[in-house]
Design a protein around this ligand. Sequence first.
Ligand code: FAD
Length: 439
Amino acid sequence: MPDRFDYANAPTRPRQVYWAATTRHDPLFPPLKADLDIDVAIIGGGFTGLAAAWHLMKAGRRCVVLEANQVGWGASGRNGGMAVPRYKLTFPELERKYGRDTALLMHRIAHEGLDTLERIVIDSKLACGFKRHGHLTPIQNAVDVARFEADVRWLAEHAGDAAPRMLDAGETAARLGTGFYRAAYFEPRGGGIHPLEYCQALAAVLAVRGMHIHCATPVQSWRATADEVLLQTAHGRVKARELIIATNAYSDLTASGNALKRRVVPVASALIATAPLPEPLRASLMAKGNLATDAKRLTNYYRLMPDGRFVFGGRGGASTRAGDGVYRRLARDMAHIFPALAEAPIEHRWYGLVAATLDFLPRIGRLGPRVAYAMGYNGRGVALAALLGGRLAGMTMQQNVNLGPISEGAFAPIPFHALRVPAKQVAISWMQLRDRLGL
Ligand SMILES: Cc1cc2nc3c(=O)[nH]c(=O)nc-3n(C[C@H](O)[C@H](O)[C@H](O)COP(=O)(O)OP(=O)(O)OC[C@H]3O[C@@H](n4cnc5c(N)ncnc54)[C@H](O)[C@@H]3O)c2cc1C
């Protein structure tokens, strides 16, 4: 039987993806082989596209998901699976940039995203390991301690949200199993999933409920007229009343993503997973079952899986590929933070593309009256895509979306996009230096 995850064009060898090796589902969705006339066409079978399809299903609309590879093949089947109700910027930083009302709106959106993810999982009984494990942001330097203390104060004072709290060095060490950090920000509501299982289980439910899911079906082009949108694939044309584009950092797979691909910068993020750790070591790490994403500009994120493997992620390099050097550096970083893992064999290594925006915020919008998109999650799409998928579904039913700066303002192509790789290298070196100096 052919390996369904082994594609000639895959930018990584997904057999090495821990999630692909451990998923309990492996649904097979056939390519589109005939023409189709439908309410809504969705390009992209990741978190965004599948969440949009789920909300459309709930609204009784007919839709088709067209996926170039397999469901969860993009970032959605490769990520850390951490559903964190925060952004890269702290809430006081969001207030300084956009004002108090918008910062409060962003707070509501972050939690609504996580709640929506949970609702989809529970409502559709998705076996994907979803749990509110609690999420830590471990902090190394005094400047970041002050930033996150201000965040905790701001949330309590302005949002009436007293749930997040700071942990001192002792409690941080006890929860993580390392004395590497001086403090941590603790968000007890943060959740985790097996991201590929979530995609596959969700797609299977959608198919059973009559939504069309076609994999190995790249959309080559689309064209919107006043009344409909026409999509071209290799073996069938789709005529739809509305189109949702959910291709995020993989918008350059075909020419159909031309209108969006220069609005985000694809950045590689890479992960490694150890062999199952021996019992005493396992018990000493992540003692309370929390997930973690540290506070550095170039973050490391990690979690202990139920099978005893330690999954550790971080920056994938300046290009859109991750080579041996990236994985060696990740293993070194892991051993630096967790010296007990220095000898742990690495059994999985993989990477995916994060869609970065210039202001660290995602975007939802329109390319015309019948075409909507959402993208640019900046590594925070596990929860947010569930929400934006719902809003995309609403847009196809002519509902207004008001998500502050996420849904308004200019989201133009990035100037000099072609120079993004050298520019990214400079930016990465600068962020590395600031992380090292604790600035
Ligand atoms: C390594 C890594 C770690 C991450 N960790 C986290 C984390 O812990 N927490 C968090 O919140 N976020 C994380 N993220 C971000 C998160 O994974 C993404 O925000 C999210 O998966 C985006 O989902 P999506 O559906 O919009 O895009 P994707 O999942 O990338 O899906 C896009 C899909 O579109 C398809 N496609 C593209 N072009 C076409 C075409 N022409 N025709 C048909 N199909 C097409 C692609 O094949 C792909 O499957 C991480 C990302 C990466 C890469």
